[in-house]
Design a protein around this ligand. Structure first.
Ligand code: C2O
Ligand code: CU
Ligand code: CU
Length: 475
């Protein structure tokens, strides 16, 4: 019989004891119990700024099998880019010509998709750009979008969830002159901290266990061990100043409700694809899989304090923030960050509707059909403002992601008032709880092809792999 969550949990707990990390090991509700706290310093993914080759910035990335130390004294088999788990952070500048070169050293085919990147369909790295074992594929384009935090991950039909779960995911930071001129924390890894939040199951040998049952495909595969940048029970030392976190929900199917343990107010400054026009003060933020948020937290009066950053939905910690350094180099996040180009509902020339449904476990659909690589479900005219109305016909959570372009969330359940202040930046992924309908304003720009499609899908990866995905062209 297949192991259930409780068994998974207890095997990990005993594993902690086994490896001599002590500390009781029974604290399953927080990553504080069990592991050797002092060694779990948050890993900061290396920052790649590209190597100039005749005016093109080249990023050379190797997708490989590796082993990573999640548990002291234990090697866990992973997939990774360059390192041992996850991938380097790519820093791109708006206007730059780039060539992101992926060499696949796995024993199997994968792909690498730039999630949130505004690029031609054949540079999207999704299901139609497979990288076979031993091959190199390059995403070549001119960066043409606002500053934001995007990410890259595999997108192979039916295999996305497994490849991401094994460790393939990394951040893409897009910069522009506007954001660089703002008085924001911007020293990468020091006061500008990337946080890739995930949860994983490990088997009794400390190996990553991706083996969803039919029910887990239905409900999403939720690991019981929380991981931040590949580190369990991570801590970071920061200075008593404003600190910015670029947060990615990198889980397969878990919705996080993120907050600090003292309930403090912090500022959200960015959504998936842009800054917010003004910082939004909030005490917690809900992120569904693939959504990003940039926040600024003021630690100026917290010297010598330790603050926990956690998922309050499951009451588990992601990061222990230790304010141990004293500094006089401060920043003051401005009250105005940017001006967004917000199209309005009355500018829309047509409405497309999308309904999310299932016809049984393991068979997820959009508008009644499952993803078919050879079917173009929607043809979208270039530069038209459109309304995409997405309805979750089920009682369970989903989300909806559109490739190529950002969107504005105009309404939730028919009302503008239901759109949260911190959802009002450019988005590429929107959360839908049971039976929600969201009204999105979408405009496809710049790239056309009647044969090369982009994708839209639920980003709960088990659902995506089980068919809750469709294709559109921009013509
Ligand atoms: Cu994260 Cu189809 O993408
Ligand atoms: Cu995407
Ligand atoms: Cu879903």
């Amino acid at each position: 019989m297949k192991r259930r969550n409780f068994l998974k949990l207890s095997t990990v707990t005993s594993l902690w004891l086994l490896t001599g990390c002590g500390g009781g090991g029974t604290n399953s509700s927080g990553v504080d119990g069990g592991l050797a706290n002092s060694t779990n310093k948050l890993t900061i993914p290396p920052l790649l700024t590209g190597t100039d080759v005749n005016g093109v910035k080249n990023y050379d990335l190797t997708i490989q099998k590796a082993t990573h130390t999640f548990f002291t004294g234990l090697s866990t088999n992973t997939y990774a880019v360059n390192g041992t788990y996850l991938a380097p952070t790519l820093k791109l500048t708006n206007g730059d010509e780039v060539s992101i070169n992926y060499t696949n050293k796995l024993d199997e085919t994968t792909t690498m998709h730039g999630h949130g990147m505004h690029v031609p369909a054949d540079m999207d790295g999704a299901a139609h750009q497979p990288i076979e074992s031993g091959a190199t594929w390059s995403a070549k384009y001119t960066v043409n979008q606002r500053a934001c935090t995007n990410w890259y991950h595999p997108h192979l039909m039916g295999k996305t969830a497994e490849h991401v779960y094994k460790g393939l995911a990394g951040l893409i930071i897009v910069e522009d002159d506007e954001i660089n001129a703002l008085d924001l924390p911007k020293e990468y890894g020091v006061d500008d901290i990337p946080l890739i939040l995930q949860d994983r199951f490990f088997d009794s040998n400390g190996q990553i266990d991706y083996s969803p049952s039919r029910r887990e495909i239905m409900m999403g595969y939720h690991g019981d061990v929380f991981i931040t940048n590949g580190v369990i029970n991570a801590f970071i030392d920061v200075a008593n100043k404003e600190v910015r976190f670029r947060i990615l929900n990198g889980s397969n199917s878990t919705v996080y409700d993120l907050a600090f343990d003292d309930g403090r107010t912090f500022k959200q400054i960015g959504t998936d694809n842009s800054l917010l026009e003004s910082p939004v003060p909030i005490t917690h933020i809900r992120l569904s899989p693939a959504e990003r948020a940039e926040i600024v937290v003021d630690f100026s009066s917290d010297l010598n304090k330790t603050i926990l950053f956690k998922d309050v939905a499951q009451n588990k910690n992601f990061l222990k923030v230790k304010v141990t350094k004293e500094t006089i180099n401060t920043t003051t996040t401005p009250n105005t960050l940017t001006t967004l180009n917000r199209h309005t509902l009355d500018q829309a020339v047509r409405t497309r509707t999308f309904s999310l449904s299932a016809s049984g476990p393991g068979d997820f659909r959009i508008n009644g059909v499952s993803m078919n690589m050879s079917v173009i479900n929607e043809r979208v005219p270039l530069n038209d403002v459109e309304i995409w109305e997405v309805t979750n016909t089920m009682g369970m959570n989903h989300n909806f992601h559109i490739h190529d372009s950002h969107f504005i969330i105009a309404k939730r359940n028919g009302s503008e008032a239901n759109v949260l202040e911190n959802e009002k930046g450019y988005k590429d992924t929107v959360f839908l709880s049971g039976n929600d309908t969201v009204t999105l304003i979408v405009k496809m720009t710049d790239f056309t092809s009647s044969t090369k499609p982009y994708m839209y899908h639920c980003h709960f990866l088990e659902h995506e792999d089980a068919g809750m995905m469709g294709q559109f062209t921009v013509e």
